[in-house]
Design a protein around this ligand. Structure first.
Ligand code: PLP
Length: 393
């Protein structure tokens, strides 16, 4: 059993393994269920009144899903509970729908994951929720200066998608709290292991489990972990929307979680080695990795984070799109595709310019986002070095 004082690596081995769920088997059973049968009408009625009563109907889950949700809660100090969603994008949409109502304003960081922007400009806009984008480099006072009479929520993503600006997470969360505004963070890059967001003052922490928690590029899932009050609101919204995750994916995700600390440390070491090597190359313009001083917000990263993960970007100084394409297409060890967080390395051409609205992206160069997997970093470096020779064509 887990204990509040246990360190993260220990918690990863023990979390969610309640004896009443596992019955002594190491892992919780994979229980497929729609109908749950009750002993009598009284038991059926009693369970219906209490969302925490246990088995009720398949949509409320079984110990398979509960074990994963409880493990994620135990890894996030200060959290009251976790809601599981069928993807990270669904987690973002559900959390926003839970805390916002027509007429409210949402402050959204300009570096948000693109599908998050799509939720704001789509569903939220349709029901009369206004999104105002803010510059990721604003300090907490400047973000607070944007709070208006209708502002109900402020959304952070730190580091930012594609360009990795680090925000003042505790500072902005404290300003929001003082103003009665809900703070939410997309914490997918760091996970609660590298950034315990709720203990830093954030109300709702969202993780795309698809990435480092699953860790093997074979499942889609998301989680919303929140403090008391917000957890119940998100759960109610999620249940109202009829959301549930399948038991097979929940079990797969829990299996990934057990090794997450170990994997994150390997991703971190590999990514730092590759990023530092890129930083010393004449072909490279800028390396955007929160653990390197060249990354905007690096000082905040050093203050608040317990480490870095495997995803970062860099620019090719001389390359146009064709040169960048030749560079990426010939890589042997980097797959070309969306998502990240698996054991394998990925490379993606990126262009932040058309996405930004609050702070134009003006940095020159053709950008590439890398996810550094668990391969030997020296093999990855050799692969990238060979790529530089292809740029000129
Ligand atoms: C991938 C990702 C998501 C969405 O997760 P899915 O499971 O792919 O829907 C949300 N936020 C960030 C930062 C991501 O990288």
């Amino acid at each position: 059993m887990s204990d509040e004082g246990d360190r993260p690596a220990t918690l990863l081995a023990t979390a969610g393994r309640r004896k009443e769920w596992t019955r002594g088997i190491v892992n919780p059973p994979v229980w497929h269920a729609s109908t749950i049968l009750f002993d009598d009408v009284a038991a059926l009625r009693a369970a219906g009144r209490n969302p925490d009563a246990g088995l009720y109907y398949g949509r409320r889950g079984t110990p398979t899903q509960w074990a994963l949700a409880e493990a994620l809660t135990q890894l996030e100090p200060g959290a009251a509970g976790t809601v599981l969603h069928s993807s990270g994008a669904q987690a973002v949409a559900t959390a926003l729908l839970a805390v916002l109502a027509p007429g409210d304003e949402l402050l959204m960081v300009d570096t948000a994951y693109e599908p998050t922007r799509a939720v704001c400009g789509g569903i939220l806009k349709k029901i009369g929720i206004v999104t105002r984008y803010y510059d990721p480099l604003l300090n907490a006072d400047a973000v607070a200066a944007l709070f208006g009479p209708n502002t109900k929520a402020v959304f952070l993503e730190s580091p930012g998608s594609l360009t990795f600006e680090v925000q003042d997470v505790p500072g902005i969360a404290a300003k929001a709290r003082a103003a009665g505004i809900v703070s939410l963070i997309d914490n997918t890059w760091a996970t609660s292991l590298l950034l315990p967001a709720i203990s830093l003052g954030v109300d709702i922490s969202i993780t795309a489990l698809t990435k480092y928690v699953g860790g093997h590029s074979d499942l889609m899932m998301g989680a919303t972990t929140a403090r008391a009050g917000f957890f119940e609101t998100v759960r109610k919204t999620s249940q109202g929307l009829g959301q549930v995750v399948g038991p097979d994916d929940a079990a797969l995700c829990l299996r990934g979680l057990r090794t997450m600390e170990l994997r994150l440390r390997a991703h971190e070491a590999g990514a730092l080695k590759v990023a530092r090597w890129l930083g010393g190359r004449a072909e490279v313009g800028v390396v955007l990795h929160p653990a390197l001083p060249s990354c905007p917000g690096h000082d905040l990263w050093a203050r608040d984070f317990r480490g870095s993960s495997g995803l970062f970007s860099f620019s090719l100084k001389q390359a146009d799109d064709a040169g960048r394409t030749r560079f990426i297409d010939g890589l042997r060890h980097f797959g070309i595709g969306y998502s990240w967080g698996g054991y394998e390395s990925l490379a993606l051409p990126i262009d932040p310019r058309p996405i930004r609205t609050a702070r134009p992206w003006t940095t020159e160069g053709a950008f590439v986002r890398l996810h550094i997997g668990l391969e030997d970093a020296d093999d990855l470096i050799a692969d990238l070095e060979a790529g530089f020779a292809r740029i000129a064509g």
